[in-house]
Design a protein around this ligand. Structure first.
Ligand SMILES: Cc1cc2nc3c(=O)[nH]c(=O)nc-3n(C[C@H](O)[C@H](O)[C@H](O)COP(=O)(O)OP(=O)(O)OC[C@H]3O[C@@H](n4cnc5c(N)ncnc54)[C@H](O)[C@@H]3O)c2cc1C
Length: 295
């Protein structure tokens, strides 16, 4: 991509042709024409305002655990929320407020240490609060939308606004927040004795660990569980465990997990996902939905 200067007074905060692969769990993908990692809310807001004036719609990068970038990359602006200032959180009474760049696992442990229950089932889900809200992250029958009381968003003009939980329209592994830039969120939790809560967290961690592939990197969890079944079970039952497309394959022992070898391309991953969806539809009549976001 050619390096055209980013407009306005935030140009010094912009990197050019930043490779996206190192920022994503799958480790695949071309560069972003413009890339920014603002150090503060103020810098973030300024970048969004300048981008808006230039007609550039930013894409937001959380933990990169639910993203697949094409080899052609992103011909636009990617904003990473990985800075410390975008990861702050605080507790007041039975409410926990977290900035959208905060790691979900840090928020869960902070809530438990503060004697607040409601988020602990989400322990072990990779990524950030922002990504979890967009995809209504869910584990053990509990989703993040259910304990979210309000969400702070940044409009395209750079204005901040709090919206309530209903406006998020949370449903199974979905919300309507994909088009918003989420700045922070407030969770309404239940005061609980810390010792009991910690024990519960430890048990959940053991169960969670057993359900995850160990020692693997470059993986994604692309499919949403359909009503009354798990995607993994469906895929295994029709004999697709271990299915391969170029450098991308489904794990034999965890067929709901896609793993990318060093030579895998985004096209390999997309073809594999399509083959699985086609076969599941053909053999079970179920239209398997994906949660993986494609850039
Ligand atoms: C090993 C593994 C296990 C997983 N287990 C689970 C599981 O049990 N349950 C589950 O629900 N998911 C699971 N996932 C999927 C994934 O971890 C979740 O979807 C996670 O919430 C994504 O968060 P992220 O910060 O990494 O989002 P990213 O991948 O960075 O982004 C995902 C989407 O959210 C958008 N986004 C991110 N932050 C913001 C923001 N602040 N404002 C606006 N948009 C934003 C991005 O633009 C993108 O469209 C798993 C993934 C892996 C690899």
């Amino acid at each position: 991509m050619s390096s055209v200067a980013f407009p306005g007074k935030v140009a010094h905060l912009i990197r050019f042709d930043e490779p996206l692969a190192p920022h994503l769990w799958l480790g695949i993908g071309g560069p972003a024409r413009y890339f920014a990692e603002p150090n503060s809310r103020e810098e973030l807001i300024e970048i969004v305002r300048e981008a808006s004036r230039a007609g550039i719609v930013p894409r937001i990068l959380g933990g990169g655990s639910n993203l697949l970038a094409r080899e052609s990359g992103v011909d636009g602006l990617v904003i990473s929320l990985a800075s410390v200032d975008m990861s702050r959180m605080e507790v007041a009474g039975d409410r926990l407020t977290a900035c959208s760049g905060a790691k979900l696992s840090h928020v869960v442990t902070h809530a438990v240490e503060s004697g607040l229950a409601g988020l602990e089932s989400l322990l072990g889900i990779p990524g950030t609060v922002g990504g979890a809200l967009v995809g209504n992250a869910c584990a053990g029958g509990q989703d993040i939308g259910a304990v979210t009381s309000r969400i702070e968003v940044l409009t395209a003009d750079g204005e901040t606004e709090w919206i309530d939980q209903e406006a998020g329209q949370f449903s199974h592994r979905r919300s309507n927040l994909g088009g918003e830039l989420i700045l922070s969120a407030e969770f309404q939790l239940t005061p609980t004795e810390v010792g009991a809560l910690t024990k519960r967290l430890q048990k959940l961690w053991i169960v969670r660990n057993a359900s995850l592939p160990q020692g693997r990197s470059r993986i994604a969890w692309p499919f949403v569980d359909p009503d009354g079944a798990t995607a993994e079970r469906l895929i295994a039952d029709i004999g697709l465990a271990g299915l391969r497309e170029g450098g991308a394959s489904l794990l034999a022992e965890h067929p709901g997990v896609l793993v990318a070898k060093d030579d895998a391309t985004s096209d390999d991953c997309l073809k594999l996902i399509e083959r699985v969806r086609e076969q599941v539809l053909l053999q079970t009549g179920i239209d398997l939905q994906t949660s993986l976001q494609i850039w």
